[in-house]
Design a protein around this ligand. Structure first.
Ligand code: NAP
Length: 413
């Protein structure tokens, strides 16, 4: 696909939202003058005021960041905007409601696509509608490029590559332990959580870890929501709420990259005691149940952030996260598996917003600036509805390391 002659590297759709603005800030702070980008959305006034505020804050000429308008009801307007860039970043959610016309236009315009969704019921519809056409056209469509699911997906890739390249082994399983996480939540995320929870209770596959994997490749893995002791971290573990997105993405990556046969993946949070783990579990399941009840949404929104709102700057910049990734090798003959331990994280901001907006930006820049490196990696898919690991792989890990994220193999035992 030839996108070399396009005027912009990136177009940022949904720039006026809470997270969209943060992506624009990272661009202005770290890449102004090096990357050509435009902001896009439905309201000229709101885009103009964003551009003015960014150009004042970061000291650039506002005309250097053009405004492109689009309307979800008018496919031509979106195609015209997206055909001017190599990559579209979409931060406009809930995606179940707002996302499909954007992906459709990206496919028609021959433009690579990344977003920050965690809405798996929506991503399943994209696999069906767009995987084949994007694969044929050589367009990489990569949803879930923020905290959902880059650290999880690339953490799994890191240990799987280590097992294959250093030990000559496949993996039987990975347990990701979300050891540290400090941040907040935005109104857009709450709105999306309500959409997903309401949708999941209506569908049969709400708990299927293979929701993004072709049926012929399904194994025996199941979502973990219990409580158990883990000897490697010496803690009780229970299910992490974001595994409902992350484990499906990691399984799609395993489908493309073959980490292991009947490979298992679980994502957990640690607690000091069995009782503490049970309390976390009850809180997560209770909150999920409340989000799934449409009649409760009005009441919840009186206490939770509304669309456009999010954590304070102080809360975001004071945040951080760390995942411990524990992989067990696949052994044929009853030999004890080797455990590979890795750590993935960031110490420069919260995972969901300041961190997540940097993650999606680096994913987009990988596509815009490093297509040769991506095409040279024989393990990567060149088009289709992909995951961060299967579409961007080690090239994205390297870019993120350069932005001070850590991806470290700690030990084998
Ligand atoms: N996975 C993760 O780790 C992660 C992290 C953060 C956010 N998210 C997700 O990102 C999404 C955005 O969150 P947020 O808090 O940034 O949301 P937000 O502040 O409510 O922003 C929503 C954006 O969507 C745009 N939009 C709304 N309706 C539109 C329409 N009909 N046509 C065109 N644009 C429209 C808004 O534009 P206007 O200004 O014109 O209204 C705004 O730019 C949510 O789905 C959230 O779950 C995910």
């Amino acid at each position: 696909m030839a996108t070399t002659a396009r005027p912009f590297h990136l177009v940022l759709w949904g720039a006026t939202g809470f997270t969209g603005r943060l992506v624009a800030e990272h661009l202005a702070q770290s890449y102004q003058g090096k990357v050509k980008w435009a902001i896009a959305g439905r309201s000229r006034d709101r885009l103009e005021s964003l551009r003015l505020s960014l150009s004042t804050q970061y000291g650039f000429d506002k005309e250097d960041v053009p405004i492109l308008l689009g309307d979800l009801e008018d496919p031509q307007s979106l195609r015209a905007a997206f055909s001017q860039a190599k990559v579209v970043i979409s931060t406009a959610g809930p995606y179940l409601r707002l996302g499909t016309p954007v992906v459709d236009a990206a496919v028609h315009a021959g433009t690579h696509y990344v977003d920050i969704t965690g809405e798996i019921p929506w991503v399943t519809t994209l696999v069906e509608k767009y995987h084949e056409s994007a694969r044929e056209k050589g367009i990489r469509l990569i949803p879930c490029c923020a905290y959902d699911s880059v650290p999880s997906d690339l953490g799994a890739l890191l240990v799987a590559k280590h097992a294959q390249e250093k030990l000559g082994k496949k993996l039987a399983s990975i347990t990701t332990v979300v050891a540290e996480g400090k941040g907040g939540v935005s109104g857009g995320t709450i709105a999306s959580g309500m959409e997903i929870a309401s949708q999941s209770v209506k569908t049969d596959d709400g708990r299927n870890v293979y929701a993004l994997t072709p049926r012929s490749a399904w194994g025996r893995d199941a979502e973990f929501w219990g409580v158990k002791w883990n000897e490697d971290v010496h803690k009780y573990l229970t299910g992490f709420f974001m595994q409902v997105c992350n484990n499906r993405v990691v399984h799609r990556s395993n489908y493309f990259l073959s980490y292991g046969d009947d490979f298992r993946y679980e994502e957990t949070v640690p607690a000091k005691s069995w009782l503490g783990a049970q309390a976390i579990r009850a809180g997560v399941l209770g909150f999920g149940l409340a989000l799934s009840q449409a009649w409760l949404h009005g009441l919840l929104l009186r206490f939770l952030p509304n669309p456009g709102q999010g954590p304070t700057r102080e809360a975001m910049l004071g945040g951080h996260f760390k995942h411990i990734v524990l992989a067990k090798t696949q052994e044929e003959d009853g030999t004890a598996p080797t455990t590979i331990r890795a750590e993935v994280g960031w110490n420069h901001g919260d995972p969901g917003y300041w961190g997540g907006s940097r993650l999606v930006l680096e994913a987009a820049l990988c596509l815009a600036l490093q297509s040769d490196a991506l095409d040279a990696d024989p393990q990567l898919q060149r088009g289709g509805l992909l995951t961060p690991a299967s579409g961007l792989g080690a090239t994205l890990i390297d870019r993120l390391r350069a932005a001070d994220f850590f991806f470290d193999i700690k030990k084998e035992a």
